[in-house]
Design a protein around this ligand. Structure first.
Ligand code: EPU
Length: 425
């Protein structure tokens, strides 16, 4: 198993290119199951989750190949197997995104129930509500969701839950509705840029989706969808992680190919903390003065502050000059990183879904354990600024969602090495 060994203290300086969005690419890959003919998708990051999704697509009869120019070519060659197995869906919850396309195109789907993960329970009741509204029959068999629907019919459905809408639930319902007969209206749809990107992709295939980016999606069903070419949006969470890396190391980092318009809450929060964020042509430049102000951060559905940057923001606020309150309104249990940051000398007190972070003068390097993708990124950020050596174990979590993070950080001047556990003993 690989680990990162980080020697803290380097100021990051230089330019980093932001890759394509993981959370846009994965549902778009699943959506190719709807197409008749090949799809070519550009700007798909080379990540563990993308490889897992490629494997799943392969089992479902699609051929997925990386072209010499880096684009992913996906063509469905046969449709006999519609079973997304537990072994794959349990590795990557976005596997649930094949449910809507399989049901719509093949009239049946069997997809393993994903189950919980390190960030909380993560139910799928809203996905099922969306598909049932279109007329699907759904039952649970041996831990699998079995969905059938000879004919899907357009309908109105409300996808709000106790924590707001659902991103992949909106994706599943929208994808299924593209081939339903009649018009579907999704109320309380997720407004995330990844949903807009998926709607743009579906429309490029010949679908008729309008309203994406707002809470009301209208989908007029069509008979068939064709293959198309498409480029995925930049990853706003990778971009935010590098912005925080610049701020926490008191550095100056230019992001290329980033979409600042997708990051209004993050930019606002970083500016309140004291970072300087300037838009540049095709990206942004982030630098920081020495002093970090405390702020209160509440994670919310888009356009609010993203839960996927909560842990990284916490690492930064550990060094602010005062108390910050970080409240998690999407995943109230997404705080596993707190215990690891405490091992590095942070001062954090948890009260329900809120963490009170009292800034300390410095963090101190320590061996820490990655528990989920974004928590691991937070530990890397803390390691970059900590005094001495930090080892982050189980970095396979970070490889799920960040492409070569250590190489990108090294290019900015960070002292970070990937070593195999065995080599380091
Ligand atoms: N929820 C329900 N019922 C459902 C679905 C969700 O109650 O049927 C609840 C969840 O428990 C949560 C909230 O609704 O409290 C929002 O969950 P959502 O369904 O939007 O999350 P998701 O679609 O499973 C995506 C991202 C996550 C990101 C969340 C929130 C992908 C592949 N994953 O998950 O990304 O945290 O939206 O923005 O798009 C990550 O990249 O590290 C990651 C976890």
């Amino acid at each position: 198993m690989d680990q990162f060994v980080i020697q803290g203290g380097s100021r990051l300086k230089g330019t980093v290119r932001i890759g394509g969005s993981k959370n846009a690419a994965l549902p778009i890959m699943a959506a190719t199951l709807l197409a008749e003919g090949p799809c070519v998708i550009r700007n798909v990051p080379d990540l563990m989750d993308v490889r897992t999704m490629s494997k799943l697509m392969g089992e479902l009869g699609a051929s997925v190949t990386r072209q010499p120019d880096g684009a992913l070519r996906i063509v469905v060659e046969e449709e006999s197997n519609s079973h997304a197995r537990y072994e794959l869906v349990s590795q990557m919850r976005a596997g649930i995104c094949v449910l809507g396309p399989l049901l719509a195109k093949r009239r049946k789907a069997r997809v393993s129930m994903p189950g919980g993960c390190a960030i909380g329970a993560r139910p799928v009741n809203l996905h099922l509500r969306g598909l049932e509204a279109l007329g699907a029959q759904i039952e649970l068999q041996s831990g699998d969701i079995v969905a059938t629907g000879k004919k899907l019919l357009g309908a109105s459905v409300f996808l709000g839950g106790p924590f707001g809408s659902t991103v992949t639930g909106t994706a599943n319902t929208m994808m299924a509705a593209t081939l339903a007969e009649g018009t579907t209206v999704i109320e309380c749809a997720a407004c995330e840029p990844e949903i807009v990107d998926l709607a743009d992709f579906l429309n490029a295939m010949g679908a008729r989706v309008s309203g994406a980016g707002g809470p009301r999606l209208v989908i007029e069903g069509v008979q068939r969808l064709r293959g198309t070419e498409f480029a995925v949006i930049p990853d706003r969470i990778e971009a935010g992680t590098f912005m925080i890396a610049a701020a926490i190391t008191n550095g100056e980092v230019a992001l290329s190919q980033a979409r600042l318009d997708h990051m209004v809450a993050v930019t606002d929060t970083l500016r309140q903390i004291g970072a300087i964020v300037d838009a540049s042509d095709g990206g942004a430049v982030v630098s920081s003065t020495r002093r970090l102000n405390p702020v209160d951060v509440t994670t919310l559905p888009y356009p609010g502050f993203p839960t996927d940057l909560q842990a990284q923001a916490m690492a930064l606020l550990c060094l602010a000059d005062g108390n910050s309150a970080i409240t998690e309104k999407i995943y109230p249990d997404r705080f596993i990183h707190v215990a690891e940051l405490l091992r590095m000398g942070a001062d954090i007190r948890k009260e329900g879904p809120t963490a009170i972070v009292t800034g300390v003068k410095r963090l101190i390097g320590a061996p820490v354990m990655a528990s989920d993708l974004r928590a691991s990124a937070a530990l890397v950020l803390a390691g970059l600024v900590a005094r001495g050596r930090t080892t982050v174990q189980r970095v396979y979590h970070i490889d799920r969602g960040y492409e070569r993070i250590e190489t990108k950080l090294q290019a900015l001047g960070a002292d970070i090495q990937r070593v195999n556990d065995k080599d380091s003993q």
